[in-house]
Design a protein around this ligand. Structure first.
Ligand code: DGT
Ligand code: CA
Ligand code: CA
Ligand code: ZN
Length: 574
């Protein structure tokens, strides 16, 4: 239990007492002061509870009563008083209270005067200009409320990893120029390469915290400062992305990095593992009794825990701790292992760049092979080709191949799987291809049974090599279609069909869990960019990230093979 969390609990108690009314102002103030004291405490409050050092009830603003409450929070993970208060107050009112620019006092006022107890009603009242009837409120605050509610909605949404990356890169580069800054690392789901992130957690060490926090909140893209302090600051950027900054002491940097990388489930499991080994681990270090035995670097922390270092992508409590204890961690695939890209489009269908340009770009990336996979005719909106169109393209490929050295162009297509599971192109043209990629682009609303039958039938087609974006989901925009993935994985295994990890940041399909499942079943995968322009060939690393989250080693990913071996694999599967 870290200090900021304890401080947050006390601050919440103060807010709730205030909104509930009836509590005396001194009691409210006492909780606010306690929150501040804990927040700026140099040592771990949790360690203080355990060791008695420093004495909590002697800290400014913290007497016997509050020291007892800190003990309760550390030992049980929650505070009964806060839970009780939460039960007594409508949830919507809590949300109102947390709205930036509103706060507990005004939320209480609005609730008292108009009976409003949720954000939707508040939004409507503010838009209708009804709040200005209340003394002390006016049109300015009404428009601020409307904006805050809209912002809160954006913020509650998760952000795609690639979108977050575009924002975080420059922000961290900017932050590095803060005077006295020493180490910086982005932790949390971002470091674990999760497909989406809820917020960004930046961890730094610095000679002095003040100047770093100052620079952090002064970033031009910051739209709102939620908190600013010596140990923790928090802002919201224009995109709605929240970024948390934690300044930690150098001696516990590794422990803090480990803790704030998470996931929560991993942290809970590793804490249990520590107890089994008669150790204790938290964001300040690894402890044997009261003695800290590690904390400065993450490697030290793992060593003290007698675990191999676990790549962040695996820290989801899916068996990685046992694997790290027994030396059975996978040697994860890396982007350098990739030797070819097996899905991309050109101007012949819906791509933005020509065959020549795509080939040149693949050669520049050092690939040994690439598959050109323009759409087949059923996808009319994407300019899908008839067999004659593909034949024309394959002639182009033959010509181009003569000029190219080192890079092999594989004749292919992204062949549509029709509603009944038949393929959109006939046998003759399929036979002319080096590799056949198939996928679903229509009738997403089919029943689970029908969709499963449809895809399994396509997978069983003797010419098919790769099933592309197998679940059809678009992150944050479209749910996957209903399909029995276990049946699909089984069919793929039986027929030697490769399953794609589509590396487009809005697809990442298969997702990490299905990648894991396919790998467990012994199915080989490919990571493909589905690039529609040259720059998108660089999405490869997002696909590899997900392959890693699914525990894939080099040997699990077919496009790490040299061309001859890859061809052999294709031959076996047909
Ligand atoms: P997100 O932001 O929703 O994508 O996911 P995370 O994993 O980045 O979670 P976040 O930002 O709430 O917290 C960052 C890390 O801090 C989290 O992965 C693990 C650690 N952490 C935060 N709260 C707790 C907690 O209550 N218990 C434990 N054990 N760890 C926590
Ligand atoms: Ca986070
Ligand atoms: Ca966070
Ligand atoms: Zn497609």
């Amino acid at each position: 239990m870290d200090n900021p969390t304890i401080a947050r609990i006390f601050a919440d108690v103060a807010d709730l007492l205030e909104i509930q009314g009836g509590a005396n102002v001194f009691r409210i103030r006492a909780y606010r002061n306690a929150a501040r004291t804990v927040e700026s405490l140099g040592a771990s409050a949790e360690a203080a509870v355990r060791t008695g050092e420093p004495k909590l009830d002697e800290l400014p603003g913290i007497g016997k009563d509050l020291a007892g409450k800190i003990k309760e929070i550390v030992e049980t993970g929650k505070l009964t008083l806060l839970e009780e208060l939460k039960r007594q107050i409508p949830e919507g009112l809590l949300a109102m209270m947390r709205l930036p620019g509103l706060g507990p006092k005004r939320a209480k006022l609005i609730h008292g005067e108009l009976g409003i107890d949720n954000l939707d009603a508040l939004d409507a009242a503010a838009r209708a200009g009804k709040l200005r009837a209340i003394k002390g409120l006016g049109p300015t605050i009404e428009s601020r409320i409307v904006k805050s509610i809209a912002d809160a909605k954006i913020r509650s949404a998760r952000h795609r990893l690639a979108d977050a990356e575009a924002v975080v890169g420059p922000y961290v580069a900017y932050l590095k120029k803060a005077p006295g800054l020493q180490r910086v690392e982005v932790a949390g789901s971002y470091r674990r390469r999760a497909e989406t992130v809820g917020d960004i957690d930046i961890l730094v060490t610095a000679k002095k915290a003040g100047p770093v926090a100052d620079r952090f909140v002064a970033y031009p893209d910051v739209r709102q400062v939620l908190a600013k302090g010596d140990t923790r600051s928090s802002v919201v950027l224009a995109s709605g992305l929240q970024v948390d900054l934690r300044v930690v002491p150098d001696a516990s940097y590794g422990a803090a990095l480990y803790y704030f990388t998470g996931s929560k489930a991993h942290n809970v499991a590793v804490r249990t593992e520590a107890v089994r080994r008669k150790l204790k681990i938290n964001e300040y270090g690894v402890f044997q009794g009261a003695r800290r035995i590690a904390g400065r670097t993450e490697e030290d922390v793992f060593k003290a825990m007698r675990l191999r270092w676990i790549p962040p992508e695996l820290r989801e409590n899916r068996g990685e701790i046992d694997a790290a204890a027994s030396g059975a961690l996978p040697a994860l695939v890396t982007v350098k292992d990739i030797r070819g890209d097996l899905q991309m489009h050109t101007t012949d269908s819906d791509g933005k760049q020509t065959l020549d340009e795509m080939a040149e770009a693949c050669r520049a990336r050092g690939y040994a092979y690439m598959a050109v996979t323009d759409h087949s005719k059923a996808v009319r909106v994407a300019g899908g080709l008839e067999a004659t169109g593909f034949r024309r393209q394959y002639k182009e490929i033959d010509k181009l191949q003569k000029r190219l050295r080192g890079l092999t162009l594989l004749k292919s297509a992204e062949v549509d799987i029709l509603d009944d599971g038949a393929l959109d192109l006939d046998e003759r043209i399929l036979a002319e291809m080096d590799v056949v990629v198939v996928s679903v682009h229509s009738k997403f609303g089919m029943s689970r049974a029908d969709m499963t039958r449809r895809i399994v039938k396509a997978v069983q087609h003797p010419r098919v090599n790769i099933l592309a974006h197998p679940t059809g989901r678009l992150i944050g925009r479209r749910e996957p279609y209903e399909v029995d993935m276990e049946a699909v994985v089984k069919a793929a295994r039986d027929c030697g069909v490769l399953l794609e990890i589509n590396a487009q940041p809005h697809r990442l399909d298969l997702n990490d869990a299905y990648v894991y499942m396919a790998r467990e079943a012994g199915v080989k995968l490919v990571v493909s960019t589905d690039a529609h322009r040259v720059a998108e060939l660089d999405y490869m690393r997002y696909g590899v990230d997900q392959a890693r989250r699914g525990w894939c080693e080099k040997q699990d990913i077919a496009n790490t093979l040299p061309l001859a071996k890859f061809r052999k694999l294709l031959a076996k599967s047909t």
